[in-house]
Design a protein around this ligand. Structure first.
Ligand code: NAP
Length: 395
C-alpha cells in the first residue's frame, strides 16, 4: 500500500523468516498509518462533526447514468464494497452519497440538465434499474456499513448524503420527507451530514428551514449545501445562524484544473465564515491520475468532456505532477489530492470504484508538498482551459 511508505514503521520485532517479518512490518506500518489518518480529523465548519481529512465519493456506486458504462452487476458491486472496506482499513471513514446516486429518486431531470448544458444537445438517460443487485448508492453504502459492523461493531463511519432540490419539491417538509427516505435506504436512524445538493430554482428559504428542522429533530449532526454561489452561501449561513445552527460545508467542484471556487469568491467566503469546502471531482473524474491520454480517452459521457484535444493540452501539467510525485514516491493522484488538502479548509472526496483506488487515496495524506510546488502546479494549471462545470453552481 502506498500509504505505508509515508509513515515510518512502528517499532516491531518478531523472529521468523525474512518474508514473514517484512509482511508483519508492513502490516504494522499500515495499521499505524491507518490509525494516524483515522485520528487526524477535521471539524466541519462550526459544527461538532469531525471527519477524516479526505472522504470517499460514492456517486459511481450503482450508477448507470454516467459511470460504469451504463451497466451495474455483481462484480461492480463487490468492487465498490472492497472500495468501502479498504477505505475503512486505511482509516478513511467519511463517505459522501446522495439520494439521486444510482437508482434512487428518478434523477433524469438532473442528469439531462447537466448533459444538455455540457455539449449543447440532449442525451438519453437510463432511469431506474432492472438489475438484480442493489443499485442505489445509499442502499449500497448502508449495506456495506451493516456488513462491516457485523465484523467490527466499534467501527465509526460518517455518512454525508444530499437532498435533491427538484423543481416540484417545495418547502421545509419536503426536506424532512426526503431525508427520512434516505435514512430508510441507508438503514440508519441519523446521518452525520445532510446537504442541499444544488440550489432550488424557486428559492431556498424553505429548504434551509428544512435543514434546521432536521438538526433539531436529531436526524442529522450537521448540515451543508452544495453548488452554492458566494451570495447563496452567505444567505444560507445567516439564516441558519439565526437558529443557532452552523452551516458546516459547501460541496463544490474543485481541483487543480477546476479552480472556479478560487475565482468566484466561494473559497474566500468559506474561509471567512468558517465553512468547510468539500471538493468534489477532485481528480477531475480520473483525468488527473494520468491514466487517460489522447490515445486512450475516457469512454461514456466523460469522453465528451475530456476529449483527446483537452488531454493533449493537459500533458505538460501531468508530466510535472508526475515528476513532483517522484520526489516523494507518490503517484499523480496522491499529488493532486495533497495539493487540494494544502489549500486549507478543504476536504476532497474522490470517488473510488475499487479497493486499489481507495488505497491510493489514503497515500495522499500524512505528507505535504512545499509551497513552491503548490504555486508552481497552480500556475502550470492556468495554461489548461477549464471544462464547463455543473451549471447550477451559477444559479
Ligand atoms: N455535489 C455535487 O453536485 C457532486 C458532483 C459530482 C461529484 N460529487 C461527489 O464527489 C465525488 C467525487 O467526484 P467524481 O466521482 O465526480 O470524480 P473524481 O473523484 O474526480 O473521479 C472519480 C473517478 O476517477 C477514477 N479513479 C478514482 N481513483 C483512481 C485512481 N486511484 N487511479 C485511477 N483512476 C481513478 C474512477 O473512474 P474510472 O476508474 O472509471 O476512471 C473514479 O470513478 C462523487 O463520488 C460524489 O460523491 C458531488
Amino acid at each position: 500500500m502506498a500509504m505505508a511508505m509515508n509513515v515510518s514503521s512502528a517499532c516491531f520485532c518478531v523472529s521468523g523468516n525474512r518474508r514473514s517479518v517484512n509482511r508483519v512490518r508492513a502490516v504494522a506500518s499500515e495499521d499505524f498509518a491507518a490509525s494516524k489518518i483515522k485520528e487526524d480529523k477535521v471539524r466541519l465548519g462550526g459544527s461538532d462533526l469531525e471527519v477524516t481529512r479526505l472522504g470517499i465519493g460514492a456517486w459511481s456506486w450503482g450508477d448507470t447514468s454516467y459511470w460504469n458504462n451504463f451497466e451495474w452487476d455483481d462484480g461492480k458491486m463487490k468492487a465498490a464494497k472492497a472500495a468501502f472496506d479498504s477505505s475503512v482499513d486505511c482509516g478513511i471513514t467519511f463517505f459522501d452519497t446522495a439520494e439521486v446516486y444510482g437508482s434512487g429518486v428518478r434523477s433524469g431531470c438532473y442528469f439531462q440538465f447537466i448533459l444538455t448544458n455540457i455539449d449543447g444537445k440532449l442525451m438519453d438517460i437510463i432511469f431506474g434499474s432492472s438489475y438484480s443487485v442493489p443499485s442505489n448508492s445509499e442502499t449500497l453504502l448502508g449495506r456495506f456499513i451493516e456488513d462491516r459492523k457485523l465484523k467490527d461493531p466499534e467501527v465509526e463511519v460518517a455518512v454525508a448524503t444530499k437532498y435533491a432540490a427538484l423543481p416540484w419539491r417545495l418547502g421545509r417538509q419536503s426536506v424532512l420527507a426526503a431525508l427520512k427516505e434516505s435514512l430508510d435506504r441507508l438503514g440508519l436512524s441519523s446521518v452525520e451530514l445532510y446537504q442541499l445538493h444544488w440550489p432550488g430554482i424557486w428559492g431556498n428559504e424553505g429548504y434551509i428551514d428544512g435543514l434546521g428542522d432536521a438538526v433539531e429533530q436529531g436526524l442529522v449532526k450537521a448540515v451543508g449545501v452544495s453548488n452554492y454561489s458566494e451570495s447563496r452561501l452567505r444567505s444560507a449561513y445567516e439564516k441558519l445562524k439565526k437558529r443557532g445552527i452552523p452551516l458546516a460545508s459547501n460541496q463544490v467542484n474543485y481541483s487543480l484544473i477546476y479552480r472556479a471556487p478560487e475565482e468566484n469568491g466561494v473559497k474566500a467566503a468559506c474561509d471567512e465564515l468558517g465553512v468547510t469546502l468539500i471538493a468534489y471531482s477532485p481528480i477531475a473524474q480520473g483525468v488527473l491520475t494520468g491514466k487517460y491520454t489522447p490515445e486512450n480517452p475516457p469512454t461514456g459521457p466523460r469522453g465528451q468532456i475530456y476529449t483527446p484535444e483537452f488531454l493533449t493540452k493537459l500533458q505538460p501539467l501531468l508530466n510535472r505532477i508526475k515528476d513532483v510525485g517522484q520526489n516523494y514516491s507518490k503517484t499523480p493522484t496522491q499529488v493532486v489530492l495533497n495539493w487540494l488538502v494544502a489549500q486549507e479548509n478543504v476536504v476532497p472526496i474522490p470517488g473510488a470504484k475499487n479497493a486499489e483506488q481507495a488505497e491510493e487515496f489514503a497515500g495522499a495524506l500524512g505528507w505535504r508538498l512545499t509551497s513552491d510546488e503548490i504555486d508552481e502546479l497552480r500556475s502550470l494549471a492556468l495554461e489548461v482551459k477549464p471544462v464547463i462545470g455543473f451549471p447550477v453552481e451559477k444559479l
